[in-house]
Design a protein around this ligand. Structure first.
Ligand code: PGA
Length: 243
């Protein structure tokens, strides 16, 4: 699974250009991986309209922790479902840090995503301070235990995104990524509703030069890509190099 997280970037014109280029590539090569784009809310319908004929799926980057009602400016899971989103990213570290999203809010959001028949992509990851103080394992165990709802889902999708690797050009060692995946799976194994291994994505400074190596790391089944997903040629290179 390759997920493009566009964050608060792109507009109708740049998205249309991206769609033409990606569609051209997808018309000559059927990739092995599922391709998912998480644009800003305003572009979701257009992404679906332009790119779903060639198999691209849409995700939202966030939803409200409330299901409906008087929450001015919020967008609910139901709204995301209404524009045919299949996945929703919840608990991205930028939201945890900038919008004070706690594990319990993230969990509430993930529950709403599942309630409306979509799959949450729950993000976890340690900060640099947590890593340097030797607390990575503790932080990941707590984030998974408290942010992932114990409900039956088609697939559990967790994105391991060390906060210090996002947008910095720094990537953890293969051993560190594999260790994180192991911890996450072990913690998920304690949920009553968890049956098989989770799909664990890695995110943080992924690009066309490091994507192949990261995808080969034991326990990693996909990528969550920020800045390298904004340029169609770079994003296509990533998809192409992964088969
Ligand atoms: P990056 O962002 O690829 O730009 O590091 C990843 C993310 O925040 O999901």
């Amino acid at each position: 699974m390759i997920v493009a997280n566009w964050k608060m970037n792109m507009d109708t014109a740049s998205m249309a250009k991206f769609a033409v280029e990606l569609n051209w590539f997808l018309s000559i090569k059927q990739p092995k991986n599922e391709i998912i784009i998480a644009p800003p809310f305003t572009l979701i319908s257009m992404v679906k309209y332009l790119m779903s004929p060639l198999g691209v799926k849409a995700a939202a980057q966030n939803i409200s922790e409330f299901d409906l009602g008087a929450h001015t400016g919020e967008v609910s899971a139901k709204h995301a479902k209404d524009v045919s989103c299949e996945y929703i990213i919840v608990g991205h570290s930028e939201r945890r840090q900038n919008n004070n999203e706690t594990n319990s809010i993230v969990r509430q959001k993930a529950e709403l995503v599942a309630k409306h028949d979509m799959l949450p992509i729950v993000c976890v990851g340690e900060t640099l301070a947590e890593r340097e103080s030797g607390n990575t394992e503790k932080v990941l165990l707590k984030q998974v235990a408290e942010s992932v709802p114990d409900i039956r889902m088609d697939r559990f999708i967790i994105a391991y995104e060390p906060v210090w690797a996002i947008g910095t050009g720094k990537v953890p060692s293969n051993e560190d990524i594999s260790f994180a995946a192991k911890i996450i799976n072990a913690q998920l194994g304690k949920l009553n509703s968890f049956e098989n291994n989770a799909l664990i994505l890695y995110g943080g400074s992924v690009n066309s030069s490091n994507c192949q190596e990261i995808m080969q790391i034991s326990g990693i089944g996909g990528l969550l890509i920020g800045s390298a997903s904004l340029r169609s040629n770079e994003f296509i290179k990533i998809i192409d190099s992964l088969g």
